[in-house]
Design a protein around this ligand. Structure first.
Ligand SMILES: Nc1nc2c(c(=O)[nH]1)N[C@H]1C(S)=C(S)[C@@H](COP(=O)(O)O)O[C@H]1N2
Ligand SMILES: [Mo]
Length: 331
């Protein structure tokens, strides 16, 4: 089922995609359409055009709805696939930026089971397919702002978090959602170290989780999510620092109390708190968050260019979620 909606933050992908990429994508779709028996037409009679032609392509995803769901501005260029998939934070696969890619093959994502429990009417253990397949995949181009003051623009493929959560019928006791990454040192070599408390845990307040911008990503650039980016299923919360966007999720729990989350607990609370909304006025203890470095495939000189960090990473639509809260206190 496909529900097509437009939001004020929408912008056609063609506005941010380098033209060659956009055109080659269309060419690839024509080829894919000829090869695959699957109908190329989505509801509304529009052709799916979210798949990208690139060498070394992994598994392409099924036709993707809503390629127009984008939340970027005219100054946002897509971060090249190469950078999105080789400059990563995934501490379970190593703390160096290149480690997650180098160790990616050790993570086995099939089979994959997601346990949903806690305050809900329909808890369960679901296979990846049972979890994801009831939903139409959407492409969403979001800015990702890491707490380390770099940012990217990534075309995710995923399902709206809120719609996925509703299927489990959260009860009135469900005030927060807690997410857990897989804990298996055989597959995630750095889990043999104590660099963080494992498993990695993140959480959202229920109303944050239900916000239409919150996404569960299963792919990027029209392909199945590479392991280093959190395969097979990861959270994307574009108005919060990147560490909230927890990877390789195996457990989702509806809970009454604010969950203890990995980075909020780290070092006795020496990093950010539970909310971790992008906020240019709340500095990290060791650096300013007023500006950031955009990784967009620009020249070597662009390494030194800074741009202003935007409140909520520019996603003002979420501001009502925090009405009346002092965000210098609840950072
Ligand atoms: N399980 C887990 N999830 C994680 C992390 C991690 O180390 N482990 N790193 C976070 C951080 S700090 C960022 S910036 C993003 C990076 O996502 P990307 O590598 O797909 O760009 O993932 C987040 N999710
Ligand atoms: Mo990050």
């Amino acid at each position: 089922m496909l529900i097509r909606r437009r939001r004020p933050w929408d912008m056609p992908e063609s506005a941010v995609t380098p033209k060659e990429v956009y055109l080659s994508r269309r060419a690839f779709m024509a080829a894919a359409g000829a090869a695959a028996a699957a109908p190329a037409l989505l509801a509304g009679g529009r052709e799916a055009e979210a798949l990208v032609a690139r060498p070394g392509v992994r598994e392409a995803l099924e036709p993707i709805a809503e390629t127009q769901w984008s939340t970027v501005g005219p100054n946002d260029k897509l971060t090249p696939f190469e950078d999105v998939t080789s400059y990563n934070n995934f501490y379970e696969l190593g703390t160096g930026k290149g480690d997650p890619k180098a160790n990616a093959e050790q993570l086995v994502t099939e089979p994959w089971t997601i346990t949903v429990d806690g305050a809900c009417g329909k808890p369960g253990k679901l296979s990846y397919d049972d979890f994801v397949k009831p939903h139409a995949l959407e492409e969403r181009i979001y800015r990702l702002r890491c707490v380390e003051a770099w940012s990217m623009v990534i075309p995710w493929v995923g399902i709206p978090l809120g719609e996925a959560l509703k299927r489990f019928e959260p009860t009135a006791q469900a005030k927060y959602v807690r997410f857990e990454t897989i804990h298996d040192p055989k597959m995630l070599p750095a889990q043999r170290s104590g660099v963080l408390d494992w498993p990695y845990v993140e959480g959202l307040r229920m109303d944050e989780a239900m916000h239409p911008l919150a996404l569960l990503a299963v792919g990027l650039y029209g392909e199945v999510l590479p392991n280093q980016n959190g395969a097979p299923l990861r959270l994307v919360v574009p108005w919060k620092y990147g560490f909230k966007s927890i990877k390789s999720i195996v457990r989702i729990s509806f809970v009454e109390d604010m969950p203890q989350t990995t980075w909020a607990a780290y070092g006795g609370g020496s990093e950010y708190g539970f909310y971790a909304n992008v906020n240019p006025t709340v500095d990290h203890p060791r650096w300013s968050q007023a500006s950031e470095r955009r990784l967009d495939g620009g020249s070597i000189f662009s390494m030194f260019e800074r741009r202003d960090t935007l409140m909520f990473n520019g996603y003002d639509d979420v501001a009502p979620l925090y009405a009346g809260m002092d965000l210098k206190k609840w950072f």
